[in-house]
Design a protein around this ligand. Structure first.
Ligand code: UGA
Length: 437
């Protein structure tokens, strides 16, 4: 198939490469020349495991190219819209400027029979509005809403082997010719048994926001239990293990800690609430306000616990912050709980140094006043307290004895509950987890 992918960020760059891997002829289009140049040289403009390997593998195959020219979309049979929908400045709703601009520019390039497949996360009602726009100019083309569920850090495998495909169609009908077109695009994963669900537009849009809301709720639920454990002396990790053994609950996404961040979960639950408000259904989602509040409280809790760990005052305390990315295996720092806690600690008088194996460049752009140090040992050197805030493997595997020799005071806050408290305490450390005694 001839495919165009509009937007080459965390979603689009991976989607374009994976579509070429599936055998299609792909052009990736982005306004950012820098991104396009890097991708054209076979380099990912961000850190995503195995993406660089995939880009090199595809170099020279002649089936993957990148450009800043929207006219390059002409001639493709399927056009994937993969641009961002960030939170509006000062408001909860999603900013749809990029989606609107992409679709408007694309409409001039499509031909009868083409399929525009929206992958961006959008407020319910967006697809219907864009479909009307398309019908005015090119009634022979179809808009399908085909949400993406990939996780950063696993983006390539999630794109090639997703849990499911959802096709949202104007009439929700299986017989629509666009179904067969998308089935050809996804023939390989469909052939290996990936389920495919056909819905109307609204349901397809809601599947994505509902899934992210559920995941956010699961994390905030366990973090609420962590608060109760903190008040009672219980251990939230054992509680999660025990309730997670119930199949109906499951252990995944029950890791208590400093909470969720990133470019998706936080803004998606806010945009969902804002949209429900516009639709007069705000009561249905008021619980998400609490999910958000529990999540934000974890960041404050890290600051309080660090103060306790440092004997009551943060003034002049040298704090080593391990992790800047919102999660391991990513260089994405959007709404990163680690950075937000680090900035708070600095504001309250601590002398903070942040390290991260991949995210320091992005972190420095967002927080230019936070000192960053690429070397882990240098970061730990003479620390009065160590905070593990993003659970990269190298931090999970730190040796308590070796680390002890580097710091001034052996105090550690395990913001992700990934260390073995007994091992660290036995080595002479004061260990604090979140929601653990
Ligand atoms: C999330 C969803 O998981 C994807 O399915 C979705 O496609 C994506 O958003 C999106 O909308 O594009 P992602 O933001 O990459 O993916 O990251 P997650 O793996 O969901 O983690 C989100 C945050 O939750 C991270 O900060 C992580 O550290 C935190 N988390 C996760 C916890 O605090 N506890 C857990 O048990 C799990």
């Amino acid at each position: 198939m001839r495919i165009s992918v509009i937007g080459c960020g965390y979603l689009g760059a991976v989607h374009a490469a994976c579509m070429a891997k599936l055998g299609h002829d792909v052009v990736g289009i982005d306004l950012d020349k820098n991104k396009v140049d890097l991708l054209s040289q076979g380099q990912a403009p961000f850190y995503e495991p195995t993406l660089n390997e995939l880009l090199s593998e595809l170099e020279g195959c002649g089936r993957l190219r990148f450009t800043t020219e929207m006219a390059a979309a002409r001639g493709s049979e399927v056009h994937f819209v993969c641009v961002g929908t960030p939170q509006k400045r000062g408001e909860n709703g999603a900013d749809l400027r990029f989606v609107d601009a992409a679709v408007e520019a694309l409409i001039g390039q499509v031909a009868p029979g083409d399929v525009i497949a929206g992958k961006s996360t959008v407020p319910v009602g967006t697809a219907a509005r864009l479909a009307e726009l398309l019908a005015e100019t090119e009634p022979g083309a179809t808009l399908v809403w085909n949400p993406e569920f990939l996780r950063e850090g696993h983006a390539v495998t999630d794109t090639l082997n997703p849990d499911r495909f959802v096709y949202g169609l104007p009439d929700g009908s299986e017989d629509h010719p666009a179904v067969a077109v998308l089935d050809m695009v996804y023939a390989t994963p469909l052939g290996s048994g990936t389920p495919r669900l056909i819905t109307d537009y609204a349901t397809a849009e809601l599947v994505k926001t509902a899934a992210n809301s559920f995941l956010a709720t699961k994390i905030s639920f366990i973090n609420a239990m962590a608060e109760v454990c903190e008040a009672t002396g219980g251990d939230v990790t054992k509680l999660a293990d025990a309730i997670g053994l119930d199949d109906r609950i499951g252990r995944k996404f029950l890791n208590a800690g400093i909470g969720f961040g990133g470019g998706c979960l936080p803004k998606d639950i806010r945009a969902f609430m804002a949209r429900a408000g516009e639709l007069g259904a705000d009561q249905a989602l008021t619980f998400l306000r609490e999910v958000d509040a529990i999540n934000m409280r974890r960041r404050t809790r890290v600051v309080e616990l660090t103060r306790e760990l440092c004997g009551g005052s943060l003034m002049g305390q040298r704090i080593a912050v391990l992790g800047a990315a919102f999660k391991p295996e990513s260089d994405d720092v959007r709404d990163s709980p680690a950075l937000s806690a680090a900035a708070q600690l600095q504001l309250q008088g601590a002398v903070v140094t942040v390290t991260d194996p991949q995210a320091l460049d992005n972190a420095a752009k967002r927080f230019p006043e936070l000192p960053m140090e690429p070397d882990l040992e240098t970061t730990l050197h003479k620390a009065d307290a160590v905070l593990l805030l993003t659970e990269w493997r190298q931090y999970r595997e730190l040796d308590p004895h070796d680390t002890l020799a580097l710091v001034t005071a052996p105090r550690i806050l395990d913001g992700r509950n990934v260390l073995d408290p007994a091992k660290w305490r036995a080595a002479g450390w004061t260990y604090k987890g979140l929601g653990r005694p």
